[in-house]
Design a protein around this ligand. Structure first.
Ligand SMILES: [Zn+2]
Length: 271
């Protein structure tokens, strides 16, 4: 079973010690060093992807120093990360504290209904062929999420409550656009003309003027493409857009931001 990893949530840890001994370089008062630096999921060593060091002698410390070290470790295999900030305040004696933020590892079956759509988008943006494994319901939600950004409009998910094969409605104008979503079990499937005609019928019966047919198939058959053109030509609808695998994949990639530094927003917070 294919898995999707999601690190969109984090867990914070804090520690403080007022009366420090003389700092020992090799000792970590707060954390087992052996465990630090190992990805809890892959069990391999993480890489240091960011470091920052600040040494200051602020007036209010009266000759004391303020030493902040920050580093981020990330797993090169799965992307898991941990940011750690150590603060050493010295006024004669040392006070040490640390703050840590770790990504929470969540793993989902690709075909599960529970996969968060954002995690699914990120996964498919790099492995779009996996689209054949995802849950039907998630396919509709995926298209909804992608089209919402692509067309900059509200997209309603109607799904099964609506008849005629209308899965989504783009609320982008006086005349909304209706959308049908087909996730095929095989990428080699060719979308035939029958489905195109049937959806045209459903659109007209809903008094729709614009429709979009999205399929994970590699392509639409020539008669299918012709039928969509003809529907516009005879004025049955104003627009009939066909999205095949490549076209939808392009839009998904375009609208999905893969953040290589998901930890960035946690840097240098008020620890
Ligand atoms: Zn890992």
């Amino acid at each position: 079973m294919k898995k999707i990893l999601d690190y969109s949530e984090t867990i914070p840890q804090r520690g403080h010690q007022d009366r420090g001994r003389a700092p020992d370089e090799n000792e970590d008062l707060f954390f087992d060093r052996k465990k630090d630096g190992v990805c809890p999921f892959c069990k391999i060593h993480t890489q240091v992807v960011h470091t920052d060091h600040q040494l200051t002698y602020p007036d209010w410390l009266d000759g004391g120093k303020f030493d902040i070290q920050e580093n981020v470790k990330q797993c090169s295999n799965c992307g898991w990360w941990r940011i750690r900030c150590d603060k050493l305040t010295t006024i004669g004696i040392d006070a040490r504290s640390f703050a840590m933020e770790s990504a929470i590892l969540k793993s989902y079956d690709l075909s599960s209904k529970q996969v968060p759509i954002e995690a699914l988008r990120k996964h498919l943006a790099v492995s779009f062929d996996d689209v054949i494994h995802i849950h039907d319901r998630n396919m509709e939600k995926l298209v909804q999420s992608v089209f919402r950004e692509h067309y900059s409009c509200d997209v309603e998910h109607v799904g099964r409550s609506h008849d005629g094969g209308i899965d989504l409605i783009l609320v982008n104008a006086d005349s909304p656009t209706v959308v049908q979503v087909k996730r095929r079990k095989s990428l080699d499937h060719i979308e035939g003309v029958a489905g195109i005609r049937e959806f045209l019928g459903a659109t007209i019966l809903q008094n729709g003027k614009n429709c979009i047919y999205v399929s994970t198939s590699k392509k639409f058959s020539q008669p299918a493409i012709e039928a969509a053109r003809q529907a516009i030509k005879v004025g049955a609808v104003e627009s009939y857009e066909l999205f095949d695998f490549d076209r939808f994949c392009d839009v998904l990639k375009l609208t999905t931001e893969i953040d290589p530094t998901p930890w960035k927003s946690y840097l240098r917070k008020e620890w």
